[in-house]
Write a protein that binds this ligand. Structure first.
Ligand code: NI
Length: 433
């Protein structure tokens, strides 16, 4: 029997707190899960620094990837024998679902920002270069790895297949909303996925929702909206992220300066600092390694690196206030000067962070990050865009919300010896004098 059709003698199941069980029958999927590049995802947390805000959020990208696979598996089970669905695409969809986050590194968000990396680039590299994952995919048929990479990059010709993995209602989002809600323990993020899966229908170029399932979809959109502001953009999580980014920035700066010698040489960060990250090195860096360095860098001879690492390890985070630098330019300049005067380096200790989200959008062709809208399948067979039928969705459609915060170490300000400077900084930042 061809490798692509090979089935396990007995179905394997993974116990999963969100979907109850994840079922695996295909030999190819089983082999992919066992590959070292996929096992590595166990050592990368799904939500980065969120565990410092919600202590339950220690789940990994491994959990999430299995979850996305399981949702797609269930959707395709329902699609079997429906018009518009070609079951030859089944294995391709399952592989793309399982591998869609393969290139995430430790604390991706901060690493990508500081070192200008892109996890999607590494996902492609792992799938296409000389890896165990690539060997498995190429055994399915020559060129199969490229197809999987194309589905994940959204460039694959069959848009129905692409929309299962990435659209405004895809398996990826449906998994992470429920999973992140479960592990953080918040009461948002829940919706009736069983119902949504039952009313999904394949069309030529996209998945659509039978109009009778509209309210379940409304619930899903709202839970996404709430999860962004209550969990993903939580200001305390962002404070930890700010500190993490500043540690990386400082370590890079010290690495580049001739006057400094690390006690613990940053071997695993070398290619990140020089800007030439090779796949092999990328795969070696997981969150365990990063924590190891942060732990030991608390002993380095640089006061800023030491302090920032100590803050991250012991969760001594920065305080924050609402602050929009575009509207408060003068205040920003004054604060920057005062911090300098007080000997608190503002390049590390005065940080503006902005987060924005667009909960749902209708179709705007040609615009940046063009999004495919969710379509309802009406009883007469016509399609109607979701926000035209749902008042709830309409009310948040196309509305981008941005939140700006200013982060700083209030403990440093409190300890300032110069009463004058301290008073003025405290005034601006709203601290007790
Ligand atoms: Ni994902």
């Amino acid at each position: 029997m061809a490798y692509k059709d090979e089935q396990l003698h007995e179905e394997k199941v993974f116990k999963d707190p969100v979907h109850r069980y994840v079922h695996v029958k295909d030999r190819v999927i089983w082999d992919l899960i066992a590959a070292p590049e996929f096992q590595r995802l166990r050592r990368i947390k799904q939500l980065g620094t969120t565990y410092l805000t919600f202590h339950g959020a220690e789940h990994s990208r491994f959990n999430h990837s299995l979850g996305v696979y399981e949702i797609v598996r269930r959707i395709l089970y329902n699609f079997k024998n429906r018009p518009n669905w070609n079951d030859d695409e089944r294995l391709l969809c399952l592989c793309a679902a399982l591998l869609h986050d393969l290139g995430h590194g430790p604390f991706s968000h901060s690493f990508e920002k500081v070192f200008k990396l892109d996890h999607e680039h590494f996902t492609r590299e792992i799938i296409l270069r000389d890896t165990t994952i690539n060997a498995i995919l190429e055994r399915v048929e020559p060129g199969f790895a490229q197809k999987v990479a194309d589905v994940i990059a959204k460039t694959y010709e069959d848009k129905l297949v692409v929309s299962l993995i990435s659209s405004q209602i895809d398996a990826d989002r449906m998994d992470y909303l429920q999973r992140d809600a479960f592990f953080t323990g918040v009461s948002y993020g829940h919706f009736d996925m069983e119902r949504i899966l039952r009313v999904m229908r394949p069309m030529e170029d996209q998945v659509v929702i039978k109009s009778t399932g509209m309210h379940a979809v409304e619930d899903y959109i709202m839970s996404r909206y709430q999860m962004y502001w209550q969990v993903y953009f939580h200001p305390v999580t962002r404070s930890a992220e700010v500190i993490l980014s500043k540690i990386l920035q400082r370590a890079k700066y010290l690495f580049e300066s001739d006057a400094f010698t690390f006690k613990l040489k940053p071997t695993h960060f070398m290619s990140f600092f020089t800007g030439d990250v090779q796949l092999e090195e990328y795969l070696k860096l997981d969150e365990g390694i990063v924590s190891y360095y942060f732990q030991l860098w608390q002993e380095e001879d640089d006061a800023i690196l030491r302090d920032l690492c100590e803050r991250f390890v012991n969760r001594r985070l920065f305080k924050y206030i609402e602050f929009n630098p575009n509207l408060q330019m003068n205040t920003w300049m004054e604060l920057y000067g005062l911090f300098k005067e007080a000997g608190i380096d503002p390049d590390y200790y005065l940080v503006v962070d902005s987060s924005s989200d667009l909960p749902y959008d209708f179709y705007r062709p040609g615009e940046e990050e063009e999004r495919l809208p969710i379509h309802l399948l009406m009883p007469d067979g016509s399609l109607k865009e979701l926000s035209r039928n749902s008042d709830i969705v309409e009310s948040i459609s196309g509305k981008k919300r941005t939140d700006h915060k200013l982060y700083f170490p209030n403990d440093f300000v409190e300890k300032l010896p110069d009463k004058h400077v301290k008073k003025r900084i405290s005034e601006i930042l709203g601290l007790p004098e």
